[in-house]
Design a protein around this ligand. Structure first.
Ligand code: LLP
Length: 429
């Protein structure tokens, strides 16, 4: 198998004269020596550029970073500084955004089952919009209104209604069945969406300013978004509300040979479609993966190489399903390479596994690696910047890895490695 495809590496990845990898002018072996492994390394300039591309493509206040993809204070700050708003899907995500000094007015609050506390906090903090997901949530907002809960300006919260448009985009395809079977939003097909619009319009508890939909995640065909826009426009145009959010979902290339639209290609398809459909509302989007995924690699140290003749080779690293759970959760594929030999051929087919106590703990099912992989090598997985660290766990009481941002020859630790004290911090018995 050929060397790892350069386009899967962060924008500012380079190969040093000795064949090893650097990002943003920082050698990965130096970073591993300083911060240990496993380690998430993000190309900060790339994060900034992707946020800026989204803000430039969709316009000020219309590109909303889905923080669930990857969130820490430094990331919240970057997204905001580069012109994006922040989509927060829980009280916790809102708290991190606010702790990064992102104004509440730059935060859009999501969640299919927001608690009273989350709603109260969001309203009193003054979040920009609450995306209302259900009739039960409208009930809760009525109760809070009755209790006198108001925005800092003394008003009822501005809300969008999350509509389930009856279409669902899958990677590489667009299907029109099964989509009404969703825990999210007000279904268009059975009239719930229209009933919700009627109720929100008549309610003093909320100020209805628009509609929202999200058709799926890791969608590769820009045309799928245009098709969803068509369905939404059919509902939204006659209502003529000021805002329409068409969600996130832009796919990224994870493995050799995959190709995804750029943010600006996505933008032109979506915005052209909306114009053609007569949408007069301000159109916003909420990309997460497309901002963060390709900016990071995860660096591991190889701890064992087990060759079972005629069966398989297992390469075990010092992390696993607790730091990159996507392979286990979704069967997702990732590339692997050795940071000391970025351009080396990778003829060895091996299963890259973690250190957790179960056979399912797999990072790459059919990984390609150089034949001379040995214990102590630094093994990297590119395109792990989204839904890796953010979905990490402490399974087996393994401390979560640190996150380092690199740019212009400088590295900065933005999330430190957890310690045993962190693992015990919530035990009270
Ligand atoms: N907006 C809403 C309302 C969402 O539900 C999501 C993702 C996004 C925006 C951002 O979507 P993105 O641009 O990142 O695709 N853990 C899964 C992905 C779950 C996405 C859930 N919602 C994964 O690792 O593939």
């Amino acid at each position: 198998m050929r060397p790892v495809q350069r386009s899967l590496l962060p924008d500012h990845a380079t190969v040093e004269p000795d064949g090893s990898m650097a990002i943003g002018g920082c050698r990965i072996d130096d970073l591993a020596a300083e911060f240990g492994t496993p380690l998430f390394v993000y190309d900060e300039a790339q994060l900034r550029a992707r946020c800026r591309a989204a803000a430039d493509t969709f316009g000020a206040g219309r590109a909303i970073y889905a923080t669930k993809a990857f969130l820490c204070r430094a990331m919240a700050r970057i997204a905001y500084d580069e012109g994006m708003l922040l989509d927060v899907a829980s009280g916790g995500e809102l708290a991190v955004a606010l702790a990064a000094d992102v104004p509440a007015d730059a935060c859009v609050m999501h969640g299919n089952n927001k608690s009273f506390d989350e709603l109260r906090t969001g309203i009193t903090a003054g979040v920009r919009r609450i995306v209302v997901d259900s009739f039960d949530e409208l009930d809760r907002l009525d109760v809070l209104h009755g209790e006198g809960v108001r925005t800092p300006g003394g008003a009822s919260p501005s809300v969008l209604l999350r509509i389930t448009p009856g279409v669902h985009a899958h990677t590489h395809e667009f299907i029109a069945t099964g989509q009404d079977d969703s825990k999210f939003g007000f279904n268009l097909g059975n009239g719930d969406a229209l009933r919700a619009v009627g109720r929100a319009t008549d309610s003093p508890s909320v100020d209805l300013v628009g509609l929202h939909c999200h058709i799926g995640s890791n969608v590769f065909e820009a045309s799928s978004f245009a098709k969803a826009a068509e369905v939404m426009a059919g509902f939204a145009v006659p209502l003529d509300l000021p805002e329409l959010v068409l969600g996130g979902g832009l796919g990224v290339a994870y493995v050799d040979g995959e190709e995804a639209p750029t943010i600006s290609q996505w933008g032109s398809v979506l915005l052209d479609a909306c114009t053609a459909l007569g949408v007069r509302s301000a159109v916003s989007v909420e990309p997460g993966r497309a901002i963060a995924a390709a900016a990071a690699i995860t660096v591991y140290t190889v701890g064992t190489v087990k060759r079972i003749p005629d069966v398989r080779t297992y390469v075990a690293v010092d992390g696993g399903m607790s730091d990159n759970p996507r392979p286990v959760l979704y069967g997702s594929g990732y590339e692997t390479f050795l940071t000391r030999a970025v351009d080396a051929e990778r003829p060895l087919v091996a299963r890259v596994v973690g250190k957790h106590c179960e056979s399912g703990d797999v990072l790459a099912f059919e990984a390609s690696l150089p034949d001379d992989v040995v214990v102590g090598d630094l093994l990297a997985m590119p395109v792990t910047g989204a839904y890796g660290h953010s979905m990490g766990s402490n399974y087996n009481k393994i401390a979560r890895p640190p996150v380092v941002f690199v740019a212009d020859g400088q590295s900065r630790l933005v999330v430190r490695r957890e310690t045993v004290d962190d693992l015990l911090a919530t035990d009270v018995g």
